[in-house]
Design a protein around this ligand. Structure first.
Ligand code: ATP
Ligand code: MN
Length: 461
């Protein structure tokens, strides 16, 4: 039988129903008339369950003083209509069991507002707060929505490896995986043929190349897994370990890829709004008053398609002073992306056809020889949330691009072979899951939307 949860009692518990419930105490208030009110939370929903514990309950006198904030208890009792305005029902206890105490002096989560910085230091307790409980539920709903979206469309979920010997972005921002280093064997010059995998290995920065293998065999597919980047950028939008969703579709060219990305973002937002109305209301009330409005703007507006070249012109003519100067051929920075989506267009946009010199080797070259079929989806408050492209399916062009970017074609022999045997146009994109959660919750810092963030100098918990 399912363990009874607070969410169930609050949503459809009926007066007169007997219940047993366990959870963690948020607050206790003793009335002068010989009973106590306890606010119980078990993480199943935002709201607490109000318990009324009368002094006639067995053991009340000895136990109740230890029913403090953070302690865990179990009660049996009966659901009653609540006379209070804050809740429909409450539970009147007939038994009370203290399961785990929480010392009042040392329990860090006393009933006051704590800063997110402080809460990061107690990541083992922060999911007990309203904010982090809500984030956990929204992450869960968003994951389910993502799987739903693709499953309904017949995409296969493919599990791509975490350990890899190829560097997809050619960026070198990779964490190395090795068994060559031991305390008793100082690293002089590492001989990778002696290493565990017989060559230099790393944690993956993207599952795309492997997803392409499956897309060009079994059809539309997607990955959803952990991704690692050793970028030493201490920003509020970058993690060293994050989750990425990477769909890959055969026979899709850039326009279909853009359409899928647009449908995907809108549909996932809608599903989360439907699944977590209370949590979303909480984010709007307490975290950022514009969250729901921003999400509405995204679900109700078509995403505008704007070429990189047009975007540069808009930025140059904006009269703005940029921290990073704008010119054709330079990558866009977050300040430029946010200006375009938040101030200029005031809606989500998809930029496409970027200069080939700033984009990876696998993006399909356009006939102008200057641009590639890349696309970035930009949304208000975040900037880039999705990066994608049509992939280069022509063997010779791909080979040239690898050489152009100083990559060793031998290491990508299998990727090249896909262009030799039944090559087809195909496309895909990557969505950073935590960027999506930032967008959904209105939280400011990406460290606060993943349970245990990994960032430079920080991998506690
Ligand atoms: P940015 O310019 O913001 O660093 P990127 O161009 O490096 O992003 P891609 O390589 O296109 O990003 O990765 C695809 C998606 O993964 C991005 O659109 C973003 O949502 C997400 N992403 C990239 N790097 C990180 C990171 N360090 N932490 C969290 N999410 C990330
Ligand atoms: Mn990056």
């Amino acid at each position: 039988m399912d363990r009874p949860r607070v969410s169930r009692i609050l949503s459809d518990g009926q007066p007169g129903e007997p219940v047993e419930i366990s959870g963690w105490v948020r607050t206790r208030r003793d009335s002068k008339d010989g009973f106590s009110f306890v606010e119980l939370n078990d993480g199943s929903c935002m709201a607490n369950l109000q318990l009324v514990i009368d002094s006639s309950v067995p053991g009340y006198a000895e136990t109740i003083k230890n029913v403090t904030t953070g302690s865990s208890i179990k009660i049996t009792g009966e659901i009653k209509e609540s006379p209070g305005k804050k809740q429909r029902v409450e539970v009147h206890a007939s038994t009370l069991e203290l399961i785990g105490t929480a010392d009042v002096e040392s329990y860090p989560l006393q009933k006051k507002r704590h800063s997110f910085e402080f809460l990061r230091e107690i990541a083992h307790l922060r999911p007990r707060t309203n904010t982090f409980g809500a984030i956990a539920r929204v992450r869960n709903a968003a994951s389910a929505a993502i799987h739903n979206f693709f499953q309904e469309r017949g995409f296969l979920y493919v599990h791509t490896p975490v350990i890899t010997t190829s560097d997809c972005e050619g960026a070198g921002e990779m964490f190395q995986v090795t068994t060559l280093l031991h305390d008793d064997k100082p690293p002089k010059s590492l001989d990778y043929t002696e290493d565990f995998f017989g060559k230099r290995a790393s944690l993956t920065v993207s599952g795309q190349l492997e997803a392409e293998i499956y897309a060009t065999s079994v059809g539309e597919c997607y990955t959803f897994g952990p991704t690692f980047r050793a970028e030493n950028s201490n920003t509020t939008r970058h993690l060293a370990e994050f989750w990425m969703i990477e769909p890959e579709m055969p026979f899709y060219e850039l326009p279909q890829n853009m359409q899928l990305a647009e449908d995907f973002v809108r549909s996932v937002i809608k599903m989360v709004l439907e699944k977590c109305p209370d949590d979303m209301q909480f984010f709007n009330d307490r975290i950022d008053k514009t969250v729901l409005e921003t999400l509405k703007n995204i679900t109700e507006n078509e995403f505008l398609r704007v070429s990189y070249t047009d975007a540069i012109e808009i930025l140059e003519q904006s009269g703005k002073k940029w921290e990073y100067p704008v010119s054709w051929g330079q990558d866009l920075q977050s300040e430029h992306e946010r200006f375009l989506t938040e101030q200029h267009f005031k809606q989500p946009i998809i930029l496409f056809d970027y200069p080939r010199t700033i984009k990876p080797f696998y993006m399909r070259c356009n006939d102008d020889n200057k641009t590639v079929r890349a696309m970035d989806v930009l949304v208000p408050r975040i900037g880039e949330i999705i990066g994608g492209s049509q992939r280069e399916e022509r063997y010779d062009v791909l080979l040239d691009r690898m050489k152009e970017q100083d990559l060793n074609p031998d290491e990508y022999w299998w990727y090249l072979e896909l262009r030799k045997f039944g090559s087809v146009p195909h496309s895909g994109f990557g969505l950073g899951f935590e960027r999506l959660i930032l967008l959904l919750t209105g939280m400011q810092n990406i460290r606060d939307v993943i349970p245990f963030p990994r960032t430079p100098k920080n991998a506690e918990f």
